[in-house]
Design a protein around this ligand. Structure first.
Ligand code: SR1
Ligand code: MG
Length: 401
């Protein structure tokens, strides 16, 4: 049993050397920390001629972006490694590989995806990835179907629900998505010029009821093992490949949550491009790329789910003709609602996105923030009338322009 201690470059390097399984004994190794996320330390360890490298990720006992005043469970490292392993088992080509895990030290060693890039940064530079929609739709369908009641024997699922109980990280989502933005809270962060729109949002009773329903479903609808934090910073991309990382918020929750979060992040980027790309033709290209990626993702998700349900559903009652279609309609409605909450919380809550905050011109940034708030509100208000992927897509188009 190793006692927890937060690593620095030297101790991370020694740990890897002592494991002795990743590099030859005589390799000359170097190590540096480069994590820029909200929560963890991330080290790269490589040999002198940069032929081989690995990533060592370590959870800190607090939220890095806030400091020691926000203590946070180390158990999230176990959850993250286990979700990667479970998702990797049903979708290996789209999930980052775990090479080693130590729960006491909250350390996970992962394959180095340094030949790829984080999607958010790429989208912010106007770069596009033609397989993204298909890849994400496939990952979300595979991971959600194979951890759902359609596939897992009931007793196995119940025991997995326990294994992936993640109360502290879920509490962050419960607070940041569904509470803070809709009331005064010191964690919120938005310009004074947005105050009027924020007040109107908070006075909209129908909106607040819809947000309450979404929160209630997040609390008590263990439909599948979610990634739990599907934003564009949780994806590595290259021209051919896509890899999911960082599922430390994983738990058994509503299937629509991951799908809605992903689409929400593409829409945040869509709106942000209005303040980023000055040349109209280039902006139009990126906009149309983002919309077609959303459409492809939705269609791939739905078609893949329907196929899996037809070929692999093991529960007898859930095979009732027409049931899976109804089930998926509700998933889409949830996704649309969660998508709206992601847009709103990233605009006025604690955790913003570089897509918007990186816009230097204040007036342009404000215009984008107004658009993301409005779009988020409309998605939440109209989610229950969504009957198909096309309804979802049409609503996005009608408000995104
Ligand atoms: C304190 S954590 C803030 C946000 O970062 C994570 O990536 C999640 O999205 C969380 O809401
Ligand atoms: Mg993360």
């Amino acid at each position: 049993m190793s006692k927890y201690v937060a690593f620095n470059n030297d101790t991370a390097l020694s740990y890897v050397q002592e494991l002795g399984q990743f590099f030859p004994a005589d390799a000359v190794l170097s190590c540096y920390e480069f994590g820029d996320g909200n929560l963890n330390l991330v080290f790269r360890i490589q040999d002198a001629n940069e032929q081989r490298s690995i990533i060592l990720k370590q959870a800190l006992p607090y939220a890095r972006c806030v400091g020691e005043s926000w203590p946070l469970t180390l158990d999230r490292a176990r959850i993250e490694a286990s979700v990667l392993q479970k998702h990797g088992a049903v979708c290996p080509e789209l999930t980052a590989k775990v090479l080693h895990h130590n729960s006491e030290l909250a350390v996970t060693i992962l394959e180095d995806l340094g030949h790829m890039a984080i999607l958010r940064g790429e989208l912010n530079q106007g770069n596009t990835f033609k397989h993204l929609g298909t890849h994400v739709g496939t990952y979300l369908a595979n991971t959600s179907f194979f951890h759902s009641d359609f596939y897992l024997p009931a007793a196995d699922k119940k025991s997995l629900v326990q294994e992936f109980t993640n109360p502290e990280l879920c509490a962050i989502t419960e607070d940041l998505f569904f509470d803070d933005p809709y009331r005064d809270h010191e964690r919120n962060n938005y310009p004074v010029a947005l105050e009027e729109q924020v007040s109107l949002l908070r006075e909209n009773k129908t909106l607040l009821i819809n947000v309450a329903k979404l929160k209630s479903k997040f609390y008590s609808s263990p439909q599948t093992l979610l990634h739990g934090d599907v934003h564009t910073g949780s994806l590595f991309v290259s021209a051919q490949e896509t890899k999911f990382i960082d599922p430390e918020f994983g738990f058994f929750g509503p299937i629509g949550f991951d799908l809605g979060s992903f689409i929400g992040n593409l829409l945040l980027n869509y709106c942000a491009q209005n303040g980023r790309i000055i040349e109209t033709p280039k902006r139009r290209d990126v906009h149309s790329y983002l919309l077609s990626t959303i459409s492809t993702c939705l269609q791939t998700f739905e078609q893949h789910w329907l196929t899996l349900a037809k070929t692999d559903t093991r529960d007898l009652a859930l095979q009732a003709p027409g049931y899976v279609e109804q089930f998926l309609q509700e998933v889409l409605q949830d996704a649309m609602g969660y998508c709206g909450t992601e847009l709103i919380r990233r605009t006025i809550g604690l955790a913003h996105v570089a897509d918007i905050d990186g816009i230097e011109d204040e007036a342009k940034r404000l215009a984008v923030q107004k658009q993301t708030l409005l779009l988020g509100e409309q998605l939440i208000l109209n989610s229950k009338s969504c009957r198909s992927t096309d309804d979802f897509y049409q609503l996005i188009i009608s408000f995104a322009h």
